[in-house]
Design a protein around this ligand. Structure first.
Ligand SMILES: [Zn+2]
Length: 265
């Protein structure tokens, strides 16, 4: 086996782990934002209910004033009735009194309606406030859980990055560059295990003499899959190192049909 291939296999394993860790880290802001959105919506409900309640109270004041004004007018007309000289004027005045009393009744109806709905608004405010308390309490718990999960994931990231540093320490820089260029083009997977007679990643048939070369302990050459360009390795060697690329399992290759999770055409 090529002397650096073992390190590359370790590098590949930790890189796949890093991809997973970074994906998880990337999801935290959205999780937090969802919690905040829920809290904000509950608070908005309280604000809306309070606004409706205040508007209702203002209307109630207005309707109370309406009642008083019409009552005042009716009283004024009644007082005038003693001074009326003609029958015609008296009739007109009676009409005005009747009209004012009708308006009093209408304003009182509106006021009563407003008082009833005022109680309803009051209940809505209280219910919305209770809901906010509940949602804020559960949001606090969720924030804490998300935070501690985030901290744990950060630790995982630091540990995996340390493993990566160790894995590439002995590998020449241009080989690391080569590996990274292939990985970048192929969803982070630069290595492909030989499975059966094919590439464990794209499934294409590999020439027998290449497989024979890779199977030799004395082999010091690099071989690439002609189709996906990934660096090929033989699984027995990977099993001996204790590392294999997760997507190309370490199960004896001949028993498995080639799977191609990253097939490209
Ligand atoms: Zn391939």
């Amino acid at each position: 086996m090529h002397p650096h291939l073992k390190s590359l296999i370790e590098l590949q394993a930790v890189d796949l782990r890093l991809i997973g860790i970074r994906e998880r880290l990337g999801r935290f802001p959205k999780q937090l934002a969802e919690v905040e959105t829920r809290v904000a919506a509950a608070r908005q409900k309280v604000a809306t209910a309070k606004e409706a309640h205040i508007t209702g109270q203002k209307e109630r004041k207005t309707y109370e004033m309406d009642v008083d004004q019409w009552k005042e007018r009716a009283k004024k007309y009644r007082n005038q009735s003693a001074e009326v000289k003609t029958n015609e004027a008296y009739k007109a005045l009676l009409h005005e009194i009747q009209n004012a009393e009708d308006e009093v009744a209408k304003a009182e109806d509106r006021l009563l309606e407003r008082m009833v709905s005022g109680e309803e608004y009051d209940r809505e405010v209280k219910a919305a406030e209770a809901a906010v308390k509940e949602i804020e309490a559960s949001a606090n718990k969720e924030r804490q859980a998300i935070q501690s999960e985030y901290n744990a994931t950060q630790k995982e990231l630091a540990a995996a990055e340390a493993v990566r540093t160790a894995a590439i320490a002995t590998v020449p820089e241009d080989l690391v560059d080569h590996y990274e260029r292939i990985a970048k083009r192929h969803g982070g997977i630069a290595l492909a295990e030989i499975r059966g007679e094919g590439c464990g990643q794209c499934g294409v048939h590999i020439r027998p003499h290449v497989i024979q070369q890779l199977q030799r302990d004395s082999n010091e050459g690099f071989f690439h899959c002609e189709t996906c360009t990934r660096i090929l390795y033989y699984s027995d060697h990977a099993a001996a190192t204790g590392h294999s690329v997760p997507s190309a399992s370490a199960v004896p290759a001949a028993a498995d049909p080639p799977s191609a999770p990253a097939r490209e055409n």
